[in-house]
Design a protein around this ligand. Structure first.
Ligand code: UN1
Length: 493
């Protein structure tokens, strides 16, 4: 069923733009939605409209904004199955995972509805008598939020929910190939009682978005940029923001390592490597890149891993499968390119590689053993169902290998030795560390984010994201009735 959808600016549909269709990756001939893509001027206009709407919205008391977020959560919960079905249809994510993704939006709303009553400032002692100091969190203004399509509804909610709760307006640019899912989420936000213009959704391609953002930043209608996507695009968004003296919130790629120690529960490690290596077809930013396994358990691990992958089903995302199709054609092309890096004799999973029979974007899983620290496969994110295996002898060596690609999003270690777990946590440069759990599946109220090529150190989720969407304002109130000069009128010690 083709849905006709459009960008929404100031509560009004924008029916003009260059035509684009999102398709079902399990059956690419099936169109999911037709959507006109906006140009740069339209994007900039959305930011101006958001800037107007933000003035009123910021005056709505934060606890009342929290109640709107509570309604978003209730509406998403009531429509969870339909939204998850749409996500499965449009990006091919297995239904159980899509439902989990929708759950993550509800979790985010649950967390932030209370934050509306807790948007605390502070009282701070003054150097001088008869003077009080305070701090307030103030909204930044307008946030431009640009999101990827692998988590077409949950990850956007990590930006939208706190940004709106804090009193900002938002211009959201979702991935085009997940347009229908994004539009459905937009409608649930709008139905929760957000005034027109406070949340705008603009469908546009990368070039128009970049140009429109540049324009909006020059016009000072955007004060915060949130971007989730590849490290390469993140770098250009970061450079653009830097030119406008803005610090964006960047959530980028990962080459997430899993270390398997000789004392690890191997069955558990295999299960973790199966889920994080091949779940979502390896298309999470937290997906497993390389298993770094101790020499003593290497052969046993690889044998069991290969068996587990062979036993898993890959196919129709409405069924009980390990993974479905790749998200979109451009990722399928990248998978094909990654295959050319791989020396065939290092492949340990028998059987074919490449595209499976049939129309859909289904691709065979690949496990590559003996990956060396200077191989592209060791260093670069593949964003597909390809996992590398490397070997180590000492924990220090494992930590060095884990950090070598220069990303720093997620990481994991399987061990029964708490000392090894804590040493790994100290040594690894990742923003997130799991012990005896996989690299994917972060919970919505912990800080989410990475270092190095995975981001600029900003964190999403939980209370930590409040610092992205508010700025601290300091106030001092002198009731002494005279001019008290800081530093100069302070009593000598
Ligand atoms: C992403 O791929 O951009 O931790 C986010 C996880 C999910 C979110 C992934 N909760 O795997």
């Amino acid at each position: 069923m083709t849905r006709q959808i459009a960008s929404v600016i100031g509560g009004k549909n924008e029916p003009t733009g260059s035509p684009y269709t999102s398709t079902n990756p399990a059956r690419p001939s099936e169109v999911v939605a037709a959507v006109p893509l906006a140009d740069a001027a339209t994007f900039a206009r959305a930011c101006r409209s958001a800037a107007d709407a933000q003035k009123e919205w910021s005056r709505v008391p934060a606890p009342v904004r929290g109640r709107v977020i509570a309604s978003v959560g209730r509406l998403v919960e009531a429509n969870a199955e339909a939204l998850a079905r749409l996500v499965t249809e449009e990006i091919g994510k297995p239904y159980a995972e899509a439902l989990g993704e929708v759950r993550e939006i509800v979790d985010t709303c649950d967390f932030f509805l209370g934050e509306g009553r807790r948007l605390y400032g502070q009282t701070v002692p003054s150097e001088m008598p008869d003077k009080n100091l305070f701090t307030f969190r103030v909204p930044v203004g307008v946030a431009a939020v640009i999101t990827a399509g692998n988590f077409p509804v949950a990850v956007p909610s990590w930006y939208l929910v706190p940004a709106l709760l804090c009193g900002n307006a938002v211009v959201w640019k979702p991935a085009e190939y997940a347009a229908a899912s994004a539009h459905a989420l937009y409608r649930l936000f709008a139905a929760a009682g957000l005034p027109d213009g406070v949340l705008n959704v603009v469908f546009a391609d990368g070039a128009a978005t970049y140009e429109g953002l540049d324009l909006a930043l020059s016009e000072s209608t955007v004060q915060k940029v949130g971007f989730t996507g590849s490290s390469a695009v993140g770098r250009s968004v970061g450079e653009l923001c830097g030119r406008h003296l803005q610090s964006p919130c960047l959530e980028l790629g990962g080459k997430n390592p899993m270390v398997v120690m000789p004392d690890a529960d191997l069955d558990l490690a295999v299960e973790g490597a199966l889920f994080s290596g091949f779940g979502t077809a390896g298309q999470r930013c937290t997906s497993l890149g390389t298993v770094i396994v101790h020499r003593d358990v290497h052969d046993a691990f690889v044998r069991a891993y290969v068996q587990a992958v062979q036993a898993a089903k890959i196919g129709d995302p409405n069924g009980d499968v390990l993974y479905g199709p790749l998200l979109d054609r451009k990722f399928a092309e990248r998978y094909e390119e990654y295959l050319t890096w791989i020396e065939p004799h290092h492949r340990v999973l028998p059987g074919p590689t490449g595209r499976m029979e049939g129309e859909g974007l289904f691709y065979h899983p690949v496990i590559v053993d003996g990956v060396r620290p200077d191989d592209r496969l060791f260093l670069e994110e593949t964003f597909g169902p390809i996992v590398g295996v490397a070997t180590f002898d000492t924990l220090d060596e494992a930590i060095e290998l884990a950090n070598r690609p220069g990303y720093g999003l997620s990481s994991s270690i399987y061990t029964t030795d708490p000392k090894a777990a804590f040493r790994f946590r100290e040594g690894v440069s990742a923003g997130m560390v799991s012990v005896n759990n996989s690299t994917s599946g972060a919970e919505a109220h912990l800080p989410f984010g990475g270092n190095g090529k995975s981001g600029n150190g900003s964190r999403q989720s939980g209370v930590w994201v409040l610092d992205q969407f508010t700025r601290w304002q300091a106030m001092n109130w002198d009731y002494s009735g005279r001019l008290q000069k800081a530093q100069m009128d302070v009593a000598d010690i």
